[in-house]
Design a protein around this ligand. Structure first.
Ligand code: GLY
Ligand code: MN
Ligand code: MN
Length: 428
């Protein structure tokens, strides 16, 4: 665990909130993510299961959390099952949680080894009337690989065909979209690490450096501060500003180009998601600055527009209307194009073709009901852009905000974004 210890109150509260939503006499089971294979005997680094972490703080492979709030025996209300450390494991893999440590991390009192799970589960599901099981219900997810949870569902349906199975995902989406103060603290740590990475690149970028060298500067700052990349970083110079999912990062940055960096740190599984677009030579051209400031105005207005009770789609519509105005001002749209636009496909989409933002948290594109109005505690990215491949550049700016009853708070307010400020720091 690279991050500092987290107060287990966070996970205790999260479990309490979930159990309040569960049906009477139901239990819930959550599995860790698999360690995914690569080639030969290789594997990818373990990516902790966000839901299991949210409810327990546990990141170790093969772990299982069982919640049964109405269990007859108090000891069975929360049980965490873990791999039992042994000498072979210790030699090859090193540290694994002891029962005592897992108790401290999660606040779950009853910790068992995995070998106890089959007998215990049989006994408890026979006592329960229904079982909540977990699946990836993110709307745009492409699920091609069967997860541990999916295999578990299959096994349950085979072994206990007469039970009622319920979906855990909608309950967790409802809870996870609203962040508590403890979660905002962790997000702020990820944002702070991201800010430090950005400052480092501002004094590093100049004509002749490669995109991968810039990526390395971010990595250095993230890793030494107990973080890592929240997602594969986009470090894109010149025309590649306009490639929305550019991941190669293999080109040389040239004088006169802009460098778009969509990079965020992850700390304790909480993710920052930031985009800044800077001039490679330290000075924006007039045209670049004109487009940059148009994006910045849309960013600022969209941040202000993220208020409690608003629907995501209305928020987006307002921002698209503003973007239309900006594009008219800088000569990229004609009034007639706006006048005859399809309301479902506004004219600005020619230059700003992606979403305005998304929930952010334990996942970069975090879970949450897209049709629910913004609630206090909702953390969102705000990321307008204007992409002009014909002019050889594009601009995207992305901040992370939290919606509160007193208005939105920009969690990235201290990270340089004004064109003049960027130029002045780069010029030092
Ligand atoms: N970096 C991913 C995104 O902005 O959505
Ligand atoms: Mn981003
Ligand atoms: Mn984003």
């Amino acid at each position: 665990m690279r991050h500092k210890p987290i107060k287990n109150k966070l996970f205790v509260q999260n479990r309490q909130q979930l159990t309040e939503l569960m049906a009477p006499k139901s239990l819930a089971v959550l599995n860790a993510n698999d360690v995914l294979p690569t080639n030969a005997d290789g594997s990818l680094p373990m990516h902790p299961n966000a839901d299991l972490f949210y409810l327990s703080g546990i990141e170790q492979e093969e772990s299982i959390l069982l919640l049964f709030p109405d269990a007859a025996d108090n000891k069975h209300r929360e049980i965490l099952f873990l791999r039992q450390p042994n000498q072979h494991m210790q030699i090859w893999e090193g540290y694994k949680h002891t029962k005592e440590n897992a108790r401290k991390i999660s606040g779950v009192k009853n910790i068992q080894w995995l070998s106890e799970f089959p007998v215990m589960f049989r006994s408890l599901i026979c006592e329960a009337e229904s079982a909540y099981l977990n699946s990836n219900e993110y709307k745009r997810a492409k699920v091609e690989v069967e997860s541990r949870d999916a295999r578990f569902i299959r096994q349950c349906r085979k072994d206990f065909p007469l039970h009622t199975y319920r979906r855990l995902a909608p309950l967790l989406h409802q809870l996870r979209v609203v962040k508590t103060d403890l979660e905002i603290e962790l997000l702020n740590e990820a944002i702070d690490i991201t800010a430090k990475g950005f400052r480092r690149t501002l004094s590093f970028v100049k004509p002749g450096v490669s995109e991968y060298e810039v990526e390395a500067e971010w990595a250095r700052e993230f890793i030494r501060r107990r973080g890592k990349f929240a997602y594969t970083p986009i470090v894109a110079a010149g025309e590649n500003n306009c490639v929305l999912h550019y991941l190669q990062n293999d080109q040389v940055c040239k004088k006169g180009q802009l460098l778009l960096m969509d990079v965020g740190a992850s700390y304790a599984n909480y993710n920052a998601d930031m985009t800044r677009t800077i001039p490679v030579s330290g000075k924006f051209s007039r045209r670049q600055k004109q487009v940059y400031n148009a994006v910045l105005r849309v960013l600022r207005a969209s941040i202000d527009g993220a208020t409690v009770g608003k629907l995501h789609r209305d928020w987006t519509k307002e921002s698209q209307a503003h973007m239309n105005e900006e594009l008219l001002k800088i000569g990229l749209l004609k009034p007639s194009q706006v006048k005859k636009q399809d309301p479902d496909n506004p004219a600005c989409r020619k230059y700003f073709m992606h979403g305005l933002g998304h929930p952010l948290g334990l996942d970069v594109h975090d879970v949450g009901d897209a049709n629910a109005p913004f609630a206090p505690g909702t953390v969102l990215t705000v990321e307008p852009g204007i992409y002009l491949p014909a002019e050889g550049f594009g601009v995207r700016l992305e901040d992370d905000i939290v919606v509160t009853k007193d208005g939105p708070i920009n969690l990235m307010a201290k990270i340089p974004i004004e064109a003049d400020e960027i130029e002045s720091i780069m010029g030092q």
